[in-house]
Ligand binder design. Sequence first.
Ligand code: NAD
Ligand code: MG
Length: 391
Amino acid sequence: MSGRKGISILGSTGSIGVNALDVIDRYPDRFEVIGITAWGNSTALKAQILRHRPKVACVGSEERAEKLRRDPEIKVTEILHGIEGLLEVATVADVDMVVSAIVGSSGLMPTFAAVEAGKDIALANKETLVAAGNLVMAEAYNKNVKVLPVDSEHSAIYQSLAGHRRDDVKKLILTASGGPFIRKSKEELKKVTVKDALNHPTWSMGNKITIDSATLMNKGLEVIEAKWLFDVSGDRIDVLVHPQSIIHSMVEYIDGSVVSQMGMPDMRGPIAYALSYPERLEVGTPVLDLGRIGKLTFEKPDLDRFPALGLCYEALEAGGTSPAVISAANEVAVDAFLAEKIKFVDIPVIMDRVLKAHTPVEAKTIEEVLRVDRWARDEAAQVIKKLKNEE
Ligand code: NAD
Ligand code: MG
């Protein structure tokens, strides 16, 4: 590759997107921002357009796009909108790598399009692999595309696998902070509020993944993500609660050795690793001072208080479209919880009911996955209505 690496960021105004731009900003000689996208927040997008002068930018609605097109301050950037716009930003010439950082299954189509177009992927949007891991990884293999994990756990595993023989791997061990409710009893969990759930102890992230961390659904999605990224079956992927979020994950080898990656919780670390792999960049992450931290603790996850994690293992075991279904049902449930329409403990109940109503199939195309995704969303909405009537 000559010159700078061309980057498109899908979801540039989100938590991962902003951190990715922070990393890129430190190395203008290495990276060039070609495309960025936001859904609703066109004010933040405009500031990013003026700062990075990308070739293309995309917003959700035509109306928002028109406003940006008429803006006299925006000169060099072509403004696109909607799903067509997202697909364009994901596949435009000059892009070497796409940072997939949209939240939820809306990230699936543009990420898949980027893989089809032969772009390397820095993958934050775990829902893409959960819903369509087989299709995405097969296409990545066909197109010789690198899928580099941005998720801190998967970045840690990627780093812990480097230099070792894959045949010697016994297990992957994903660490979990446990979220804000790790010490709450089942009774107490019935009463937690949206505000409590959004108060994550170690990571600052978008709302959906913060709720997923509180239910442990995030870890369940990560187990499925790990299966596809590293081609390891679910029974060889363990979860370990580690509230300090210093050890980001581990690989156990057949000789009993466990290799892990550590660092302060700061997403710029794994983002920079994905952007510049195999090189490492200094990006201002705080130094890990184990002498000051003193103690790292570990405990087994409690599937009784946090059933979402167990449901993800069930969906993985059931195979086919089951993971896509549980992920879509969770998205609807999380939206309803954030809108204060359901209780925190209803989230896994909704997923469980939708999963039980589904007969998994082997999806052969992304369109098929998206049809199942829509079915699961409708079904979840029905379950929420029924829950209301049961009250
Ligand atoms: P966020 O909510 O902060 O940002 C989401 C971005 O996607 C925004 O730019 C938003 O405008 C855009 N967006 C939202 N809905 C959209 C839609 N329907 N169509 C197109 N674009 C849309 O989310 P985040 O915390 O940055 O997370 C993004 C993804 O990265 C998620 O899949 C999450 O699980 C994953 N992830 C996040 C973190 C983290 O630290 N935040 C860590 C690991 C993985
Ligand atoms: Mg993670």
